[in-house]
Design a protein around this ligand. Structure first.
Ligand code: AMP
Ligand code: MG
Length: 711
């Protein structure tokens, strides 16, 4: 019977665009192509075709069969980083016109290294997304209780709209103080802009902070609103291009994308800034899915790609959500799966510091175009990939399955003249040292991630993925007592795989103002129960409206209610998901507080419990989701430790630890359950390369996951 495909997931990273295809039986295959940031839909098609080819699928038939297609790209992040977004204006409360320049103080050093943070002389303000001349302040004030204390001064408002709307803008963001508690003034301002636009014959989008991100704290709210206005529309264009390409090839549904808190959303989702860091999030979801499968409660997931090195933790079966992450030097009230990211990918540029004569890695990297020197497409500055290539780690004829032939001589020449000669080493020793340095940097960052969170490396399984993940897995776990070290034949498209393991879901949040004294009476609890019910009902209505507009079946939606609870007087809160239906009775409040204290004592210590301080709930959330079909991993019968003869492709000289050594070369995809391969060996896949050092062996388990174990 012909194969029928079910889902297509794609992750466009800084270097590669990865595809993960799932068929109706839960089988999967991956595809890969260089990213095409100028028009992501090119990379989309090329990467999809690469996957189709391996299953010998006809493109039209395949596209027509997909029930779901997920695409996550990096356009929004790039638009922000390169400040190439739209020309927008901002209208805010009078007196707050400098909000983007003040950056809540601490945003000024966000993303800085520890050393730089200490030296205020190094702090440089972010370039604001809206220059001061396109920002207007209006007399108005809503207080924190949602009461309009000063009505909108219509004269100010009209004048501001007139001035801004003659500036040839592409959008206007409106963010007033405390508009999350009452959007009335923002809505009035929107109406006035509408009048002025009509009179002038202009039609540009208006973004209200009370709509985009109705949460407390104006800095975070204004960031979300301006990012949505500034960077989301270019992304939407890219996403629509991608969808159009798919539709023109027979795709019948709408395209979905990945949210930073780990759910899928239609590309027409009104709050696209929620997809700001979607790629690596896919990886964390995939790691979570696999962790459950293999019964590992604690996992350190590492994603080594061409551009960045991302790593995150799963502890006790869950990942952390960060409610106020800093992304691209913006502090956002955007719940995101917590992960760390450093510019440490295999595409990092290398140079020698002329003063200290030391190797400098990065911070910039080569990306896919023109790429490393060995791609021979015009770049002359060596990268880590070039070092890997000349020392025999990479197969020059199998990069992206042979689509890119690596020019080792070119790489060798540049490494010699630009690096090795300057530090007085021969070219292979220089490359060897650089690879060690790279691994050491990754190892330090990774170990720190566990330790700063109070964990113990010995409790964690380390999971390596990304094109270069299997390459660094041995180095990053070297000498560390990890519980297990594992990677996958689909490592190179693991983040795309992760996108297929999550549900179609949206998360809605609202700030609230509830507090309860210690031992408060039933009446007080009733007030809170009633207030929470009202908020959750509003969010549910919003969810329904959005799911309906995205063409989803409302009967399939399930809802999860979340309260953010803290002890009175605290600054941080705990996300408490309700584990039973909400009946809006006082017993629910008791249950909620029990859940909170349970979580709180797990996160901190039993002694940290402090009910006497009372409780506050300053934010609630609702997650609405529809379940999707997930890929399955069949169990393969054990074929014994010796791989079939055809698995071994030969031998290659590898320059490692200061000398040339013979490494056995094996084809990763041909390995069977139970096979064991002793180091020194290299397991090759068209899009990734696993290094098995001389001290270790690779063992293939019954799902064909590959474990690196000590010899
Ligand atoms: P990613 O950005 O996750 O796609 O990772 C890309 C990186 O994977 C490249 O920079 C290479 O260093 C590494 N890599 C290892 N083996 C291969 C291979 N056979 N083909 C392509 N990339 C590979
Ligand atoms: Mg990647």
């Amino acid at each position: 019977m012909a194969r029928e495909v079910l889902a297509l997931a794609m992750d466009a990273g800084g270097t590669m665009t990865d595809t993960f295809l799932v068929d109706k039986e839960g089988n999967f295959v991956i595809g890969k192509a260089p990213s095409t940031p100028w028009d992501e839909s090119e990379g989309f098609i090329e990467s999809a075709q690469d996957a189709f080819m391996q299953w010998q699928l006809d493109e039209r038939t395949a596209f027509a069969q997909f029930e779901v297609a997920v695409y996550s790209g990096t356009t929004m992040l790039n638009t922000l980083l390169t400040r190439t977004g739209r020309k927008i204006g901002l209208i805010t409360t009078k007196g707050f016109e400098d909000i983007l320049l003040m950056e809540q103080g601490r945003q000024v050093w966000s993303g800085y290294s520890y050393a730089d943070r200490l030296h205020s002389a190094t702090h440089v303000h972010n370039q604001p997304l809206v220059p001061r001349r396109r920002i207007r302040g209006i007399s108005e004030r809503t207080n924190m209780f949602g009461t309009v204390a000063i009505p909108l001064y219509e004269k100010d408002a009209r004048a501001a709209a007139e001035e801004l709307l003659t500036q040839d803008l592409q959008g206007v963001a409106i963010c007033f103080l405390h508009s999350y508690a009452n959007p009335q003034n923002e809505k009035r301002m929107e109406a006035i802009c509408g009048d002025v636009m009509q009179a002038k014959g202009i039609n540009i989008p208006i973004y209200l902070s009370s709509h985009i991100r109705p949460v407390i704290r104006e800095n975070q709210r204004v960031n979300a609103t301006t990012i949505e206005a500034y960077a989301a529309d270019p992304v939407r264009k890219q996403l629509h291009n991608v969808e159009n390409r798919a539709t023109s090839r027979g795709y019948r549904k709408q395209m979905t994308t990945m949210l930073s808190y780990g759910g899928l959303a239609n590309i027409r989702h009104p709050r696209l800034h929620e997809t700001l860091i979607s790629g690596p999030i896919g990886g964390m979801l995939g790691a979570h899915y696999v962790a459950k499968l293999i019964g590992a409660p604690n996992v350190l997931a590492i994603d080594m790609g061409g551009t960045s090195y991302d790593f995150g933790l799963i502890t006790n079966g869950t990942f952390n959500l960060n409610n106020e992450p800093e992304i691209a030097r913006f502090r956002l009230a955007l719940p995101s799966i917590e992960l760390d990211s450093i510019r440490g990918g295999a595409g990092l540029y290398l140079s020698v510091d002329p003063i200290t004569n030391r190797i400098i890695m990065g911070p910039e990297g080569a990306g896919a175009s023109p790429g490393p020197v060995c791609f021979d497409r015009g770049n002359k500055q060596p990268t880590i990939t070039d070092c890997l290539a000349i020392n025999g780690y990479l197969n020059k004829n199998n990069f992206l399955g042979g689509k890119i032939k690596l020019n080792l001589l070119a790489a060798q020449k540049e490494i010699k003249t630009q690096l090795a000669d300057k530090i007085g080493l021969n070219v292979h020793d220089a490359a060897d040292g650089i690879i060690k340095l790279w691994l050491q940097t990754a190892l330090d960052a990774t170990r720190r991630a566990i330790q700063v969170r109070g964990g113990d490396v010995a409790d964690y399984v380390i999971m390596g993925y990304g094109g270069a993940g299997p390459m660094v897995l041995a180095g990053v776990s070297e000498g560390q007592p990890f519980k297990g070290v594992v990677t996958f034949p689909f490592a190179a498209a693991f983040s795309a795989f992760g996108c297929t393991t999550t549900d179609y879901s949206h998360r809605y949040t609202r700030s609230s103002l509830f507090s309860l004294q210690h031992n408060s009476d039933t009446a007080a609890k009733e007030v809170v129960a009633k207030g929470l019910t009202e908020l959750w009902n509003t969010l549910e209505a919003e969810a329904k409206e959005s799911f309906e507009s995205e063409g989803m079946e409302l009967s399939k939606v399930t809802y999860k209610r979340i309260a953010f609870v803290r002890y009175g007087g605290q600054l941080d809160e705990v996300e408490v998901p309700l584990d039973r239906p909400w009946q809006a009775i006082t017993g629910d409040i008791d249950h909620l507080l029990d859940l909170f204290e349970d979580l709180y004592t797990k996160m901190f210590a039993k002694a940290a419990k402090y009910p006497k301080a009372g409780y506050a709930i300053l934010q609630v959330a609702l997650v609405a989701s529809i379940e999707t079909k997930k890929p399955e991993f069949p169990l393969f019968p054990d074929q014994g430790p010796t791989p079939a003869a055809a698995v071994k492709k030969g031998e290659r000289d590898l320059y490692i630890n200061g000398k040339w050594q013979k490494a056995g070369i094996y084809d990763m995809d041909s390995l069977e359950s139970g096979n064991v391969i002793n180091g020194l060996a290299i397991l090759e896949h068209p899009a990734t390369t696993l290094l098995v050092p001389g001290t270790r062996k690779a063992r293939v388990d019954n799902r064909k996951f590959i474990w690196l174990e000590n010899l």
